[in-house]
Write a protein that binds this ligand. Sequence first.
Ligand SMILES: Nc1ncnc2c1ncn2[C@@H]1O[C@H](COP(=O)(O)OP(=O)(O)OP(=O)(O)O)[C@@H](O)[C@H]1O
Ligand SMILES: [Mg+2]
Length: 495
Amino acid sequence: MTALLEMRGIVKCFGTLRANDGIDLDVQAGQILGLLGENGSGKSTLMKILFGMQRPDAGTIAFKGRELSDHSPRAAMAAGITMIHQHFMLIEAMTVVENVMLGWPEAGDILQTATMETRIREASQRFGLDLDPRARIASLPLGRRQRVEILKAILRETELLILDEPTSNLAPTEVADLLSILRRLKEEGKGIVFITHKLPEVLEVCDEVVVLRDGRVTGRAPVADVTRGQLAEMMVGRTISTTRAHQAPELGPVRLAARDLVSPGLEPLSFEIRGGEILGIAGVDGNGQIELVETLAGLRRMHGGSIHLDGQDITGASVARRVRAGMAYMPADRAATGLVRSMTVAENLMLRDSRKPPYSAHGVLQPGAGVAKAESLIASYDIRASGPSAIVSRLSGGNQQKIVVARELDRGPAVLIAHQAAWGLDPGATRFVLDRVIALRDAGAAVLYVSSELEEVMTISDRIAVMAGGGFAGVVPHDEADMRQIGLWMSGRAA
Ligand SMILES: Nc1ncnc2c1ncn2[C@@H]1O[C@H](COP(=O)(O)OP(=O)(O)OP(=O)(O)O)[C@@H](O)[C@H]1O
Ligand SMILES: [Mg+2]
């Protein structure tokens, strides 16, 4: 039996970096292949080559026995390959059916909207997409928008579907729905390449895994034969500790105090965090987390309440004043507020401190100082980039996130507000970041750690609060946490 896809000896260099260094990859019809690997190991690059977004320096691609070379994404789609990007290519003001018909080869007069609506309903039914053809994209949550992209692929009679970290932005129920849609696609004989850092998802849905490291295949195995620990080890070449960090020996005075915070989407909310303490916020995304962290960071207007940092009233303070008072902030949406992607690694690393020495002297920017500092952060945070002058948008997703983490932690803040700090990070890098946050706590900082990944919150927190409906459904010290009760709080029900 010939494979649906055969990639052989794929090489791709960026300057001296070999992002893909002789990769062979096969996908069969009716197979879900998990593509794993550390941040910067070459996964997205390999898939962009397959989809015709980048040219390989060497190697061949055969799809259904036919060679694909020098192809564009349009040619890849015509051949039966679709790649679903993290940022969806949908027009929000238009409906599902209008988006599907955009760029449809025989759209317009020949294919009537009504016919298309019927086809959408059928496909939606068959694959469990639960999509109304007349719904406006703007009214759909992220998980549904992603399904519109999958719908487009199905209607185009795609035979190979590439999904690059499709679950990063999804709520847990949306993830479960996506995985069951992938299973249906597989049953219908589609081939799927699924990139994710979340090992439980791999174990749940994939048939086979291929692991990349430094641009090469370092592991290949049927999923039935491997455990989660083995997968992690194949990725990073060592085992990753999952043990919990013990509470800091001594709690200091209250460093962050929020009293009766009110803003749109937030109920009156009060809490205190002491020096040497991590308050973890668990909960399904969209329950007030964004409102809370942005209010604390000074990005949202409050309607009532007060915020004190080390006793200083920062309720109405500007972002810059909060930073000067010792606050660090890692936003969930790094593309919007965490990074300037068109700038260099060094520039992004000094973004917050560019007016202070050593980056600036007598009002004049000192680029040399920034570069030296950047080099040391690149080394200590293992940021895979060609150097301080690399443009951030060219870095792999996880390595972009490491820049935000390095910048905010390195400032040695009194208070850290971290929102989805491990977003897109591989398991090793996630553990590294958790350990650095714990070290910051041990040095006496107060930390608010907000994440929709319950496991992360449980690993890192000294106290856990669960957000539901804009308020805390419950708060509990780590050692008294009962998973059943946390689950109930997360679902918005009282225990
Ligand atoms: N256009 C580009 N110019 C320069 N370097 C690039 C470019 N695209 C990718 N790279 C580099 O190639 C390497 C592989 O990147 P790639 O995006 O394929 O990694 P990845 O495995 O998808 O990582 P992640 O898990 O973080 O998304 C990285 O070191 C990255 O910086
Ligand atoms: Mg990637």
